[in-house]
Design a protein around this ligand. Structure first.
Ligand SMILES: Nc1ncnc2c1ncn2[C@@H]1O[C@H](COP(=O)(O)OP(=O)(O)OP(=O)(O)O)[C@@H](O)[C@H]1O
Ligand SMILES: [Mg+2]
Length: 297
């Protein structure tokens, strides 16, 4: 099935909730979580997929789930062991699906930042803070922060997520959960960043999601330290004082903004084949560098 784009999956008789990237099948007390090859940019799902992107996201997350400390939501990653109804076409799910414990998702995006980039860099220039956290003076774009900081945001149902202070997070989810999520997010990030730098990749920032089980315990869910949820920078090209080349949708964003003439307010245009191919290469390269394994799914 190499290079076959999967934009949507289907299980006869089972309702699906489609996120921007994932198809979510609720089986009662567990979930089948499928990363498709859909790609979004500027809050739109683009008409084309990126071949193998969903497999990269799933396989990289599976790698991280096995590397970082603490419990997570994985039940199995082997499609043949998953409770698909008889008659389901399994090929569409292979290597891109995990069967997970169903949790109550804590409605906070747990962002950890180790470098000044994106909205953090913008805010720093205005107020020398990042999401309200005071940062030392004299830093430039892409500077490393003295230590990783936790900058939560709300998971908006519609539109953009909103950055919130830690105090606001305590108001929303309580002191115990807020503290645990902050500490676990930073610890998980640090474990990941340490592993990634050994392969020459800087994880500048990332976003985690956490879910609560019936007994109140909290586990790591969703995707972990992928190019969609993180900024990955090649360490050998790192140079503070400018934006960095990255392993994500940069080609797609650049083409949409600089070349396509799209207004971002109407359905987005078809991507050129060359942009699709280059983007696929970047995703695969991120997987191969971080895991030190060949991408052969
Ligand atoms: N173990 C889990 N239990 C319950 N929900 C989960 C679990 N793991 C992931 N999820 C949820 O599954 C969904 C994955 O879909 P996807 O990443 O495509 O959504 P999204 O576009 O990021 O956001 P949205 O959820 O708003 O559509 C997310 O809403 C995520 O919170
Ligand atoms: Mg998501």
């Amino acid at each position: 099935m190499a290079n076959h784009v999967v934009l949507e999956t289907n299980i006869p008789g089972v309702p699906v909730r489609r996120g921007k990237v994932r198809d979510v099948y609720d089986l009662g007390d567990s979930i089948l979580l499928v990363s498709t090859d859909r790609i979004s940019a500027f809050d739109w799902i683009l008409p084309n997929g990126i071949p193998d992107k969903g497999k990269v996201l799933t396989q990289l997350s599976v790698f991280w789930f096995s590397q970082v400390p603490g419990p997570n939501h994985i039940l199995t990653t082997d499609v043949d062991q998953m409770p698909f109804p008889a008659g389901t076409d399994l090929e569409q799910f292979r290597h891109r699906t995990y069967h997970v414990k169903k949790t109550r998702v804590v409605p906070i995006e747990c962002v950890v930042r180790a470098y000044l980039a994106g909205s953090g860099w913008k805010e720093y220039q205005k107020s020398q803070t990042v999401c309200g956290v005071a940062i030392p003076p004299g830093l430039v774009e892409s500077s490393k922060l003295p230590e990783p900081i936790f900058t939560p945001s709300t998971k908006a149902e519609e539109g953009h997520d909103e950055n919130i202070s830690f105090a606001k997070m305590v108001e929303l989810v309580g002191e115990r959960v807020a503290t645990e999520l902050r500490d676990h997010s930073i610890a998980t990030f640090e474990a990941g960043a340490k592993r990634a730098i050994e392969s020459g990749i800087i994880i500048a920032d990332t976003k985690f999601e956490w879910g609560m089980l019936e007994d109140g315990s909290i586990i790591l869910i969703d995707e972990v330290m992928t190019p969609d949820s993180s900024r990955f920078w090649p360490a050998d090209q790192y140079q503070p004082g400018r934006s960095q080349p990255s392993y994500d949708k940069q080609f797609v964003r650049d083409w949409l903004e600089l070349t396509s003439g799209w207004d971002k307010n109407s359905p987005p245009p078809e991507l050129p084949a060359e942009i699709i191919a280059k983007t696929r290469e970047k995703y695969v390269e991120a997987y191969e560098r971080i895991t030190s394994k060949k991408f052969d799914f």
